[in-house]
Design a protein around this ligand. Sequence first.
Ligand code: SAM
Ligand code: SF4
Length: 437
Amino acid sequence: MDKKYYIETYGCQMNAHDSEKIAGILSRLGYSPSADEFDADLVLLNTCSVREKAAHKIFTRLGQLKKLKTGKPGMAIGVCGCLAQQEKELFFKGRPYVDMVFGPKNVSDLPSLLEQMENGRKQLLALSGPRQEPTFEVDTVLRNAPFKAYITIMEGCDKFCTFCVVPFLRGREISRDPHSILEEARRCAEEGFVEICLLGQNVNSYRYDHFDFADLLISLHEIPGIRRLRYTSPHPSDINPKVMDLYGSLPKLCNNLHLPLQAGSNEVLKRMKRDYSREDYLAKVEYLRQRCPDIALSSDIIVGFPGETREDFARTMDIVRQVEYSGIFSFKYSQRPFTTALKMEDDVPEEEKSDRLAELQQSQREIQLRLNKRMIGASQEVLVESHSRKGDAMLSGRTGCNRVVNFQGSDDLLGKFVQVQITDAGPNSLQGHICSL
Ligand code: SAM
Ligand code: SF4
């Protein structure tokens, strides 16, 4: 009988891509995907531990799966990703229904874990040390988006920002051999993928011998068939002129950049160990905007970091207004295990954190609406990616600057580039009509 799997993914794009690799491995082993957990023989939770809330969700979800398994004893449950690496064998404690736990660098151990499970072994554990080389190459990747391919170029992080658990769970920074990256990109282009998004916790510290991140972008740019190049996330202190000069000179490099600010006060940045000041950050923004005036910048921002005063927060708001981000991910600070900030007093009251977050998000919505409205009347090249959530016969795609555009069109346009005239704008998306194919 055909076995079915269901993967639930939490957290960042790296996790989403790990799930694509897991799905590829399972399909090679003869499993087929299931739309939900009820019909699945194997349920995997690919977890995140970056914020406390994300970690809590997993434990609640496991409680629900436990109930399901009571009526379906043949079902296997696995936990992978960052929380798996954090909790290790503790995941099994009091949870006899969890069959396997494997870390983010152990995705390629899955076939062996499944084989051992079929041979009757229980509660299997596969974890990696911080310096262990991950298996970058996975034979089959079952990609979620048919036109956009995510490619891992590095694993881990050496920055040790004081709030962040990632270096403790994904280990030290290890860059992937460029030959293998270029080979995967060429294969994707041959299969019809037109957009490549490079992934890593700190992509611009990528280095393999003397080959650096800018060299990698230049080499990828030469691959025929690839029309768009993106990457996430760079670190503001590592983005150098060699990379910034590529904006406006490499036509396939999309004019959007995620440049996580985290905080706008120098005191807070220092306590976060971010290695840049607000002045350094703003100087880089100015440099980028000189090279590429229409570049769309996005960011990650934390409010309520230990010791953050109202004045510190006002400095964050000041940068948000100055830079005018096209989008942000914003978070209330939460304490994470192993991190240095854990030793600092989490002294901003929860209610105050919520107020700051609401204020930030309200301003950001206004900025986005203003920026998006400025695009009305412009003609934008859009990659048609999916059917729109807005309704029948509506398609959805993204501009080079990563804005979502909804417009009317037929299914045969999926995966193609079209010119769309922008006719209306909200804070989160644009509306338009096709003006040429
Ligand atoms: N490597 C990226 C960088 O340097 O910005 C980000 C990686 S992290 C997975 C994604 C985001 O989660 C961070 O940029 C930060 O804003 C947020 N984050 C990480 N730890 C956090 C914490 N303890 N509390 C709140 N937000 C946190
Ligand atoms: Fe975490 Fe900082 Fe590394 Fe980003 S750069 S993954 S925030 S430690």
